[in-house]
Design a protein around this ligand. Structure first.
Ligand code: FAD
Ligand code: NAI
Length: 475
């Protein structure tokens, strides 16, 4: 006997599980299907983000940052550490515990919100009589009927032709988060967000990390001034960055990987690594969904085609998160999940793509929201810029972390904030103020006139806003 639901969500990552919870809050009878398995074969909802993405990467970044602090910075505070050692197995086990806490948290939230959870692969069977039939292939096969379907099936790491991930020598994010020892020489292809974050983890623990990037510019999507500063700092930290390369053959042996490539000068090079991470972007995932069974439209990249409201070409079928256009970010997926659940309930859910923050969790952290300076120049928009360095911030000096700056970009006439760019300590937290300000269409003057606690890093944000009007108080 098939069970009928108002809403069936396929995929239990941040897009899917949040959509399911919001739809249940709004009174719908909801099911969520997710196929992710933990090492024991049990359900592990939370998707890429929880299992092999945001959460485990931040756990390893935290552990490796502690090690780096103890290795290089504790001495400044008069703390001596003798015989400092890194036990990678314990670090990875801690990361696994953090992941499990998040998996269990989602299962608890499903219960709390009366969302029925099905562990297995959800596939379209057919559409008939205004309902979609979906099969769940798992330990307990089921058939569900749904008035509305929300697809949140996420994305997978993009492969380089001829270099399939074996997760032993050639690693995707999956293998990069599960190394059992620090590689002596780590190669990374792609200097994007994953390459920099995972490269940082293993560099801090002692790996010699070489990053091979196809583009001639470093972090092209980031504000140029911030990207330049980041490149300088990462290089000083020991990251070997090679831009403008063309990757050739990649050969994995029992031990090690050889990468042939042409460097920016056009010269042929060969590099040997113990492990190689390939992080060249991600592709939308519709494997196993049987999109063709109901005529669901995909684009040439394999993404599900949706309009601004996340509606697909099929009535009452919606899609959110990494499987559709837009940035592949957990919080973007969540916002879309909430908006879709609200639209299903007849409300007017909305996602403001102009105020989605980005964070790269390197050290220093990089965070931004809104337009970059180069984008404003390209648009021909008149703007004013103001920035403030952390070296002039009392809290940053007390913390012993004075790298970087906060930069504001505001409209030359109205003073409306158009973009905020931060490189420095706790940038991931500081950016929230800028997101709030931009969501309320605040001016730089608004931020400059708000009282910020002293001493705090947030004073650098206030000072950068003052800098727009050339009236910083502490610099
Ligand atoms: P996913 O999280 O991929 O979830 C999709 C789920 O659907 C999975 O559980 C999958 O098993 C399941 N599924 C797929 N097909 C089916 C099916 N047919 N039936 C049943 N289940 C199915 N983003 C950030 O915002 N901040 C970060 O710090 C960050 N760090 C990251 C670090 C790494 C290493 C990686 C790889 C990504 C990171 N991301 C980060 C990106 C973030 O993980 C994704 O944007 C986010 O997970 C997308 O959410 P989603 O719900 O669309 O898809
Ligand atoms: P990315 O898109 O961030 O970076 C990929 C990089 O690889 C680019 O610089 C690109 O020019 C380069 N590249 C592409 N093809 C190449 C080739 N053949 N040879 C050499 N370089 C090549 O992708 P990444 O790092 O794989 O991450 C995927 C996505 O996951 C991110 O875009 C982001 O959406 C998400 N993510 C978010 C994080 C966060 O919010 N902190 C952390 C990690 C991932």
């Amino acid at each position: 006997m098939s069970q009928q639901f108002d809403v069936v969500v396929i995929g239990g990552g941040p897009g899917g599980y949040i959509a399911a919870i919001r739809a249940a809050q709004l009174g719908s009878k909801v099911a969520c299907i997710d196929e992710w398995k933990n090492s024991k074969g049990g359900a592990a909802p939370g998707g890429t983000c929880t299992n092999v993405g945001c959460i485990p990467s931040k756990a390893l970044l935290q552990s490796s940052e502690h090690f780096d602090q103890a290795s290089h910075h504790f001495a400044d505070h008069g703390i001596t550490v003798d015989g400092l050692k890194m036990d990678v197995a314990t670090m990875v086990a801690r990361k696994d515990t953090v992941v499990k806490q998040n998996n269990d948290g989602i299962l608890y939230l499903f219960k709390k919100n009366k969302v029925s959870f099905f562990h297995g692969r959800g596939s379209f069977v057919k559409a008939a009589d205004g309902l979609y039939e979906i099969s769940v292939a798992g330990d307990k096969p089921e058939t569900l009927l749904a008035k509305h379907v929300v697809i949140a099936t996420g994305s997978n790491a993009r492969q380089l032709p001829g270099a399939a991930f074996d997760e032993k020598q050639i690693l995707s994010n999956d293998g990069a988060l599960a190394l059992t020892e620090v590689p002596k020489k780590l190669g990374v292809i792609g200097s994007g967000v994953i390459g920099l974050e995972m490269g940082s983890v293993w560099r801090r623990l002692g790996a010699e990390v070489t990053v091979l990037e196809a583009l001639p510019t470093f972090l092209g999507a980031v504000d140029e001034q911030v990207a330049k500063e980041a490149q300088k700092i990462f290089t000083k930290q020991g990251l070997k960055l090679q831009l403008g390369v063309k990757i050739g053959d990649i050969k994995a042996a029992k031990k090690g990987v050889t990468v042939s490539y042409t460097d920016a000068k056009g010269e042929a090079q060969k590099a040997e690594f113990d492990k190689l991470i390939i992080s060249i972007g991600r592709v939308p995932n519709t494997i196993g969904l049987s999109a063709e069974a109901v005529g669901l439209q995909l684009d040439e990249r394999g993404a599900i085609v949706v309009n601004d409201d996340c509606q697909t070409n099929l009535p009452n079928v919606w899609a959110v998160g990494d499987v559709v256009r837009g940035p592949m970010l957990a919080h973007k997926a969540e916002e879309e999940g909430v908006a879709v659940a609200e639209r299903i309930a007849g409300q007017h859910g909305h996602v403001d793509f102009n105020t989605i923050p980005w964070v790269i969790y390197t050290s220093p952290e990089i965070a931004w929201v809104g337009k970059t300076e180069q984008a404003l120049k390209a648009e021909g928009r008149s703007y004013k810029a103001g920035s403030f360095p952390f070296i002039a911030n009392g809290r940053a000096r007390a913390l012993g972390d004075t790298t970087g700056f906060v930069k504001f970009l505001a409209d030359a006439t109205t003073d409306e904030i158009l973009g905020v760019h931060i490189i420095g300590p706790s940038a991931s937290e500081l950016i929230s103020e800028a997101v709030v300000a931009m969501s309320f269409k605040a001016s730089a003057e608004d931020i400059a006139r708000i009282c910020h606690a002293h001493p705090s890093l947030s004073e650098a944000t206030k000072e950068a806003a003052l800098a727009v009007d050339k009236r910083t108080l502490n610099f």
